[in-house]
Design a protein around this ligand. Structure first.
Ligand code: ATP
Ligand code: MG
Length: 260
């Protein structure tokens, strides 16, 4: 049996398709949040690589969501750098444990590196504040072989005293890290950064989740609005209602139930 040109053509097309799928499987994967219900609503988990911006007012759950993802990633054997302006190392480990997001073991094994950045008083030293984000940008780039996921909670606290050019430069560098396969998570308090920077963050981020409070049926609940999620594994729920539960961390509440 001899091969015709059209057979060959088909074979080449099939090979190309196979290669494309192979490349895709090399490039992207989904990280479970360690919370099945939340994963399902997000189309299977958080897609990696990704630049994920989590925006919301005080107490809406930015840190919690970042910790929930950190927990899931740690359980999946990923290496995480968690930069926090909000707590010390011990505090963070204890606080997450209280919410059943216990990553003590992974922390002790060195899979999670927690870097507390204390900002108290920094506002009086603008020069230091300005430099911090630049230094963190260097750290992010120089240690890229040592982590899969980098969290900055809160990015807005670090960015607020920096010059616009420094913030924009940092975002460009974060994008470069994403091109290298990383998941970068930035939490942002919307009102503290200049509009110009907020617009840039929302545009440059692959994924953008906005957290808010909502009154449903006389009850105050938290709401996660998934504005975009690049590389999602399946259909994404654009509005996810949730509660904070010591037994679950994030506990997704069906909107219908929240209304009841
Ligand atoms: N152990 C817990 N049990 C129940 N609720 C909790 C627990 N720990 C935290 N919470 C609640 O989780 C919510 C989310 O807090 P989180 O720290 O994630 O908010 P945030 O958006 O990071 O706020 P901020 O801008 O102040 O950093 C808060 O409303 C808090 O009351
Ligand atoms: Mg927080």
């Amino acid at each position: 049996m001899s091969l015709t040109i059209s057979d060959l053509d088909k074979e080449i097309k099939a090979l190309e398709e196979e290669l494309k799928n192979f490349e895709y499987s090399l490039e992207g994967y989904l990280i479970s949040t360690g919370n099945e219900e939340l994963d399902m609503r997000l189309g299977g988990g958080i897609p990696v690589p990704n630049l994920l911006a989590i925006e919301g007012d005080h107490g809406t759950g930015k840190s919690l969501l970042a910790q929930q993802i950190t927990y899931g990633a740690a359980k999946a054997g990923k290496r995480i750098v968690y930069i926090t302006t909000e707590s010390g190392i011990k505090e963070l480990v204890i606080q997450t444990k209280k919410l059943s997001l216990d990553f003590t073991e992974e922390f002790l094994k060195g899979y999670i590196r927690i870097l507390p950045v204390h900002m108290e008083g920094v506002r009086w030293a603008r020069k230091v504040a300005r430099e911090l984000l630049h230094v963190l940008g260097n750290y992010m780039a120089y240690t890229k072989d040592d982590y899969d996921i980098l969290v900055i909670d809160s990015f807005s606290v670090l960015a607020v005293y920096a010059d616009t050019s420094v913030v924009l430069d940092f975002l460009t560098r974060a994008r470069t890290m994403v091109k290298e396969g990383k998941l970068i998570i930035l939490t942002i308090h919307p009102e503290v950064l200049p509009n110009e920077i907020m617009i840039r963050i929302r545009a440059i981020a692959d994924s953008y989740i906005k957290l808010d409070f909502a009154m449903v049926g006389g009850k105050l609940i938290k709401v996660m609005k998934v504005i975009k999620l690049r590389g999602a594994g399946g259909p994404v729920d654009s509005t996810i209602a949730f509660d904070v539960d010591p037994a679950f961390g994030i506990k997704v509440v069906p909107l219908a139930l929240a209304k009841a």
